[in-house]
Design a protein around this ligand. Structure first.
Ligand code: MG
Length: 342
């Protein structure tokens, strides 16, 4: 028996009957020989962690564009926070922690530079529209490894595609992940961002502590206390012998949705962000138009076999940029370069 087979046996013995077992995965698009050490979900997690798109999350905006301060969240630290919250919930419920972690680490790989602003602009220009969760799937299916993709399992792909609800109901059944592990990532994403974005907005001076409704602090004065309350609520509301879905109490849902609405109104779509949106918009639109006229600069970054239309490939190129790369390219293509002659 290989180590992987032993791990699969342990999963069968200790995980909840509703957990998604790695030995029962619906598999990969291209069949592969199983690893002798790692389960299929552990392998997916490693593939995501070692991908180039994962490393680029370091320089992509969470809320504030290319922040100079060292303590602001980036997409990478957001992803790690989501992963940690999701793993805690999965382990407490005896669900598959490896599958949960793989989905969490991959969920935001398709995010554009400049956060929400970038996504809005790509939605306008990209043929067939643009949503970051669909782009995350495109990254792992096609764009990574020079057009071959990461060939992930069905369950990880499903969780990545269905992780986001935007402003919608996180718990509605439409578009919900087929696994409980995928549903954990969806709620963990929200728990992570409503708390850390509130924290960053105060740090940036966009929100004053005194103007934040006091009801949000009823579940905890500090960020860690609030996350703790939400995580415990999810665990106690879900835990049962026949878990059908991941849940949250009505009271906690109310606070979570109210906090999310408050952040949309005052931070994501507030005056400070709107001003930055206009700048991000100009940069990305100018870059799009530039690359549409200089497609050779884009195509050399993509495999020749890629058959998508030119507009789509230019959008893939722009969506993959980090904030600082987009700013660098803008400077190179649109600003006069200093003469190095004395
Ligand atoms: Mg996210």
């Amino acid at each position: 028996m290989t180590i992987r087979q032993q791990t699969e046996e342990i999963e069968k013995n200790i995980l909840h009957p509703c957990a998604c077992l790695s030995s029962e995965s619906r598999g990969r698009k291209r069949k592969e020989k199983p690893c002798e050490i790692r389960t299929c979900f552990q392998r997916d997690r490693d593939r995501i962690l070692h991908s180039k798109s994962f490393r680029r999350l370091k320089h992509k905006t969470q809320v504030f564009l290319a922040p100079r301060g060292d303590h602001y969240r980036t997409r990478l630290t957001h992803t790690l926070e989501v992963s940690q919250i999701a793993r805690t919930i999965a382990r407490a419920l005896r669900l598959n922690e490896d599958l949960t972690e793989a989905i969490a680490l991959g969920h935001d790989l398709g995010h554009t530079p400049f956060g929400h602003a970038g996504e809005d602009i790509l939605r306008e220009i990209c043929p067939g529209g643009f949503e970051h969760y669909r782009q995350s799937l495109r990254v792992v299916d096609i764009l990574e490894r020079n057009g071959r993709g990461l060939n992930l399992t069905f369950e990880v792909r499903d969780g990545i595609l269905k992780h986001s609800k935007g402003k919608g109901d996180i718990f509605c059944s439409r578009g919900k992940s087929e696994t409980l592990e995928g549903q954990i990532v969806r709620i963990s994403d929200v728990i992570a961002y409503v708390n850390h974005d509130l924290n960053d907005a105060v740090r940036a001076g966009v929100l004053k502590r005194s103007t934040i409704p006091s009801r949000f602090f009823k579940i905890g004065e500090s960020q860690s206390k609030r996350i703790d309350s939400m995580v415990k609520d999810v665990i106690y509301c879900t835990s049962s012998p026949d878990m059908e879905e991941i849940g949250m109490s009505e009271k906690m849902k109310d606070i979570t949705y109210a906090l999310r609405d408050f952040l949309y109104k005052n931070v994501y779509e507030g005056d400070v962000s709107k001003k930055e949106f206009r700048k991000a918009r100009k940069i990305l639109l100018d870059l799009y138009n530039y690359y549409m006229e200089h497609t050779e600069e884009v195509f050399r970054e993509f495999p020749k076999e890629m058959t998508a239309e030119k507009e789509r490939i230019v959008c893939d190129f722009i969506a993959g940029m980090t904030d600082r790369f987009a700013l660098m390219m803008y400077e190179q293509h649109f600003l006069p370069q200093p003469w190095m002659v004395f």
